[in-house]
Ligand binder design. Structure first.
Ligand code: PLP
Length: 426
């Protein structure tokens, strides 16, 4: 039987929810740290390697602080993500600003913090210059090769397939050359390349294949423009196995694959000083967070429903992408999965289902369910539809104790932007 093991036991979880009522997002400090160390180990051959954690995946200061202690910087795409990075003690080269359709205020703050700005479009050169009054000495451009990106074709389909030609991000190949020439003429001295071609890849081949494309282009851009390329940002995209039967990416193999491309392409071109960066979100946090929720209703009509106290406002991936998130019924890890359920939340939207036709052990009212792999793009995609309140976030620390790292929203938070707050002072 295919299984995923939660990082909490039923006994631990029952203790935790006594203090912090369900639903809660729970994070595993040990898992986060060990995974970050594996990433740094895999790229230890590259002198300037740095992971810039994609803040949007888990914008929680305590999490950013743990990652900072493991050597990571932040990758921001908005004003408030920049503010949070600053508040958490990140500054200068520790911050990457990879945004698109960027407001001028965001560029101004990024520049004030000394962040490395990654330009999404060639027209952002005059826009940035106009916003901040100069072109920074260190600058990056985002590349989009267009077409379709495929890897590892087989009869069942492609291992990785995505559609850059349909993506709004990045510059064309011709624009990259033009952008570098313009930026250089305006005083830029240190150049970077960035590209994000495929999302949630379950393949050890994605980063090496992307690296080859970017390394080749780096050599060409250097020849064409004379620009000094000091870093190449492989961005995000390394995936996690949401389904228990999916293979796990091996970061050591990925790091070696990138090293091979580096030695074959960059080293012979005399570019062995290029630092490699990553901007992983999902890979850094996804498996190390889960949504803990309790079964509160059972309903049998044309199907069998289990209603839980979390809803799509706490974790929207199943509702909007039909994404699979594995579910473990705590205390019933070894029970046979002989009941077919739809596991639902309470939104007045029929898509509010964490699982459809899922085979699970018999669920009793009050059972605690672990919805796995919600550590990235989980809490952060939350919203207030139907007047639902965001849940708390709790850190399970290495010593087994817990820490509240974000309190749950209250009705007063929900009403805070309205002029009726007096209601709550009565
Ligand atoms: C979302 C995003 C990432 C992180 O993506 P993951 O799939 O979580 O690895 C990295 N860089 C940029 C620019 C992004 O928008």
């Amino acid at each position: 039987m295919n299984k995923k093991k939660p990082f909490v036991t039923k006994e631990q979880a029952e203790e935790i929810v006594k203090q912090y009522p369900t639903p809660i997002h729970l994070y595993d400090e040990k898992g986060i740290r060990e995974n970050a160390r594996r990433l740094y180990q895999a790229f230890s051959w590259n002198k300037g390697f740095k992971e810039y954690f994609a803040v949007k995946a888990t914008p929680t200061p305590r999490i950013l602080q743990i990652l900072k202690e493991e050597g990571c910087g932040t990758d921001c795409s908005s004003y408030t993500e920049l503010m949070m990075s600053e508040a958490c003690g990140f500054s200068g080269k520790e911050i990457m600003f990879s945004s698109n359709d960027t407001p001028a205020e965001d560029f101004i703050l990024a520049d004030r913090l000394g962040a490395t700005i990654n330009l999404d479009d060639i027209t952002h050169i005059p826009f940035l210059e106009n916003a901040i009054g100069h072109i920074p000495e260190r600058i990056c451009c985002r590349y989009n090769p267009g077409g379709v990106f495929q890897l590892g074709g087989s009869e069942e389909g492609f291992q990785v397939m995505d559609n850059p030609g349909d993506a709004k991000y990045g510059m064309t190949r011709e624009q990259m050359t033009e952008a570098y020439k313009t930026l250089k003429a305006k005083g830029a001295k240190e150049f970077g390349i960035h590209a994000f071609l495929a999302s949630n890849t379950i393949s050890n081949e994605y980063y090496p294949a992307l690296a080859r494309i970017l390394f080749q282009m780096a050599v060409e851009l250097k020849e064409e423009t004379g620009a000094h390329i000091t870093f190449i940002n492989l961005s995000g995209g390394i995936g996690i196995p949401y389904r228990p039967e999916q293979p796990v990416n091996d970061i050591a193999i990925i790091g070696e694959g990138v090293r091979k491309a580096y030695e074959e392409i960059l080293v012979p071109a005399g570019m062995d000083d290029v630092a490699l960066y990553t901007e992983l979100g999902r890979y850094m946090l996804g498996p190390y967070g889960c949504l803990l929720t309790r079964a509160i209703h059972e309903k049998n009509t044309y199907k069998n429903y289990i209603g839980v106290d979390a809803c799509a406002a706490n974790l929207m991936r199943p509702a909007i992408y039909g994404a699979y998130h594995h579910i473990t019924v705590l205390g019933k890890e070894d029970a046979p999965c002989d009941h077919k359920y739809d596991v639902t939340g309470s939104l007045c939207e029929n898509c509010d289902k964490f699982a459809v036709d899922r085979m699970l052990p018999k669920i009793d009212m009050g059972d605690l369910l672990v919805i796995h792999d919600s550590g990235a793009h989980g809490f952060s995609m939350g919203y207030n539809y139907n007047g639902k309140l965001r849940s708390a976030e709790v850190l399970l620390k290495e010593d087994g104790s817990t820490e509240l790292i974000r309190r749950a929203e209250t009705p007063a938070d929900y009403f805070a932007t309205l002029d009726i707050t007096g209601l709550f002072n009565k």
